[in-house]
Design a protein around this ligand. Structure first.
Ligand code: PMP
Length: 280
């Protein structure tokens, strides 16, 4: 693959990107991350991602690994060194490497790593025909507002969805959809977008935040409330959002066709608005 990756202050060929076996990210999933999209070599929504990183770190009483300016410069340098036109930058901060002990260690430097991945985001073929989702149980912990690297439950959910031929799993808790395994979940009924309100039960998506702003600017009404799978089956449209998928139409949920099996007008409009801004 030949990428240049970032590890604790150094830009190195990916084969040389190594961290300690004592790293608390590895041993305890004691770390947080962000994924920022890149379009035309430019970072999309960088500010909101760093605000969320700041919040994740402070909720876990973890230090910033460097200054905010240094982190931005590192993202830009990684894009430049890899000549990344379209894709993502993944960055992860952990509480650092030290002898295994559950308690927070003292005087340990956080680990910071980052790498790029080339992906087709704007012309993602899935966006043309829409994707299918299946519901899966939400077996995660109770602080889903923190963007923690502890992703085993979403990994299991995504694998279950994949094995059923679906693109994403919508996680269900107490009869209501929380969110996708790596995305936020929306339905559209009578022209109105419905999505779960922010709380510890879901991650506050940066794409969700941009979507709310664009919807407001363009007169699209969003209602924040929980919805059931049954309500989703009867919706006019459905879609998901994430940094790497933007607004992705959903045309099937648990084998129920949504919107006649075609991406709907509200979803298409929101995707267009998002792309216009991100590529502009
Ligand atoms: N919810 C979960 C559980 C996620 O993993 C993600 C993607 N990181 C999202 C929502 C979407 O967040 P964003 O729009 O910031 O990518």
């Amino acid at each position: 693959m030949g990428r240049t990756v970032f590890v604790n202050g150094d830009y190195v060929p990916e084969e040389q990107g190594k961290i300690s076996i004592f790293d608390r990210g590895f041993l305890f999933a004691d770390g947080v991350y962000e994924v920022t999209a890149v379009i035309n070599g430019r970072l999309v929504d960088y500010g909101p991602h760093m605000e969320r990183l700041d919040r994740s770190l402070s909720e876990l009483r973890m230090d910033w690994p460097c200054s905010k300016d240094e982190l931005r410069a590192m993202h830009e340098e990684l894009v430049r060194r890899n000549d990344l036109k379209e894709g993502i930058v993944y960055m992860q901060v952990t509480r650092g490497a030290t002898d295994r002990d559950f308690k927070f260690p003292k005087d340990v430097k956080p680990t910071l790593i980052a790498f790029t991945q080339t992906m087709s985001l704007v012309d993602n073929p899935n966006a043309v025909k829409g994707v299918s989702v299946v519901t899966v149980p939400d077996i995660r912990w109770l602080r889903r507002d923190i963007k923690s690297v502890m992703l085993l439950a979403p990994v299991i959910g995504k694998q279950a969805a994949y094995e059923k031929g679906a693109h994403e799993g919508w996680m269900v808790e107490a009869g209501f959809v929380t969110e996708g395994t790596s995305s936020n979940a929306y339905i559209v009924k009578d022209g109105k977008v419905i999505t779960r309100g922010l709380s510890n039960a879901i991650l506050a998506g940066c794409t969700r935040r941009a979507l709310f702003r664009l919807a407001k600017e363009h007169g699209v009404v969003i209602e924040e409330r929980a919805f059931t799978p049954a309500e989703a089956y009867a919706a006019d449209e459905a879609f998901l959002t994430s940094a790497s998928q933007f607004v992705m139409p959903i045309t099937e949920i648990d084998s129920h066709r949504i919107g006649g099996g075609q991406p709907g007008p509200v979803t298409r409009k929101l995707r267009e608005l998002f792309l216009k801004e991100a590529t502009g």
